[in-house]
Design a protein around this ligand. Structure first.
Ligand code: ZN
Length: 236
């Protein structure tokens, strides 16, 4: 059995609000922090640009961008093939990519093995989302058990945002003082989220709102916008 180094963390980094908040949290711990992103043919590359930028700002020990073209070949999601993102199919949002998190976590676990990271962090949450089954706690627990069995390791898969709302995730970012985002007037780490993360399904970065860039109307923007409003309301 390979005993992995528990002080070293690998964060799955999509470039969205949740995963960048997880990276900020991991960067506070002092052990080696690494980040991995996946290029799977998503509609736009803005998220990946944000991920690379956040990894650089947070001084990660290593940043990896892995190509997973098979997801696009398989298709079936409005995120990959176009179509109405507000639709629902088989009781799930049209943006659902079947198998995505299972595939990502398997790849990330293999990378964690190579980097000797004992902790793998994913930003999934079952609180706010529209019920993606691969964001639920039991899925993550089963994947952790399966991957450890497959590699003979003691890897921990942590999901620190599992029970957090979007407003609570904004509050987490607000607590971090990461240079140059250590200014009270910019709301500390919340400014890093605003400036260097991307959530909008349409890839719209033409307007900067107080909650960040985006069209303000797609399901991802709505969730982020409402979470920010709740966070600001609680601050006052
Ligand atoms: Zn949007």
């Amino acid at each position: 059995m390979k005993l992995l180094d528990k002080t070293k963390t690998l964060v799955c980094l999509s470039g969205g609000q949740d995963s960048v908040t997880c990276l900020m949290e991991a960067a506070q711990t002092g052990g080696g922090t690494y980040a991995v992103s996946f290029n799977y043919g998503q509609r736009h590359s803005i998220e990946l640009d944000c991920a690379a930028q956040a990894a650089k700002i947070l001084k990660t020990a290593g940043y990896y961008a892995l190509d997973i073209p098979a997801l696009r070949q398989i298709g079936g999601s409005a995120l990959l093939t176009g179509g109405d993102l507000n639709e629902r199919r088989d009781g799930l949002p049209a943006s659902f990519v079947p198998g995505r998190n299972a595939i990502f976590l398997a790849q990330a676990a293999a990378l964690a093995y190579q980097l000797n990271c004992g902790r793998l962090v994913t930003g999934v949450s079952e609180t706010d989302y529209s019920g993606y089954p691969d964001c639920r706690e039991y899925t993550i627990k089963f994947l952790e058990a399966a991957l450890n069995a497959a590699m003979e390791t003691d890897l921990e898969i942590a999901a620190p945002l599992m029970r957090k709302t979007k407003a609570e995730t904004w509050t987490m970012a607000y607590q971090y003082r990461v240079p140059p985002f250590d200014r009270a007037d910019k709301q500390y780490g919340a400014e890093l989220i605003r400036e260097h993360t991307h959530t909008c399904y349409r890839g719209d970065r033409t307007v900067r709102h107080d909650w960040g860039y985006g069209c303000g109307e797609c399901p991802a923007c709505l969730l982020r916008r409402r979470g920010y409003a709740e966070f600001i309301g609680a601050l006052k």
